[in-house]
Ligand binder design. Sequence first.
Ligand code: OAD
Length: 247
Amino acid sequence: MFDIPRKLIHGIKNAAKITVLTGAGVSAESGIPTFRVAQTGLWAKYDPSDLATLEAFRRNPRLVWNWYEWRRGLVRESMPNPAHTAIVEFEKKVNIFTLITQNVDGLHAKAGSQNIIELHGNILRTKCSENSRIVSSWVDKEEEPPRCPNCGAYLRPDVVWFGEGLPHDALELAVEASQDSEIFFSVGTSSIVQPAASLAVQALQSGALVVEVNPDETPLTQYANYALTGLAGKILPELVQQVWKED
Ligand code: OAD
């Protein structure tokens, strides 16, 4: 059994507003590799941060499209894990609950989470690289990437690449939910990619209790009120069980 401080259990039980920020670590136990571990197989020689950029797409659209095609395959085959399920339980128990995710895999929705802010888009959505219009079908001419049926530009995944701005409304809602939370969880994120990483700091500055769940240390660890060291798929279900066991 994971040792969770009594004071934290009590705090969660009595909180009316909880916000959870998740990152790639939450999907790791579903078999989707995180961004900062070395890739395997065909993609071993590439660094994701060199593929998830507009420059990379302009330089070699086919390579970037194919990498996303591979990741889409992983996502379609993967299932939510106990961390996703525990977050669904949080939402059922807490009065005002917001889930902010940097993940583009849609696994939170697949698990049943409702109030989700997707900060970095969704890999299963495709958009025109010229005008960002969402496209749901196109003629398959075995071209990679395929072309926009409206204007003929290349299609690309509807995700935020390094160097691109986040969707304005999503970011505004995320900031609001972070500043307004009583308890803010930062789960499975390296806390280095901005502006997502700053949400925990804004929560702290607004007086929230900040809890980190991660097997490794991150830049947030030293500032968090609680750092629960371990896998999200182990710690979060344990937390739910210990907080709401007698409900
Ligand atoms: P990273 O891949 O940078 O970090 C994953 C974090 O999860 C690390 O801190 C790991 O220690 C932790 N981790 C790994 N396995 C875990 C587990 N089972 N339980 C809990 N934690 C675990 O992913 P993010 O921080 O999400 O952006 O990266 C942020 C953004 O940078 C991503 O959304 C993506 C990326 O480049 C875009 O694509 C725009």
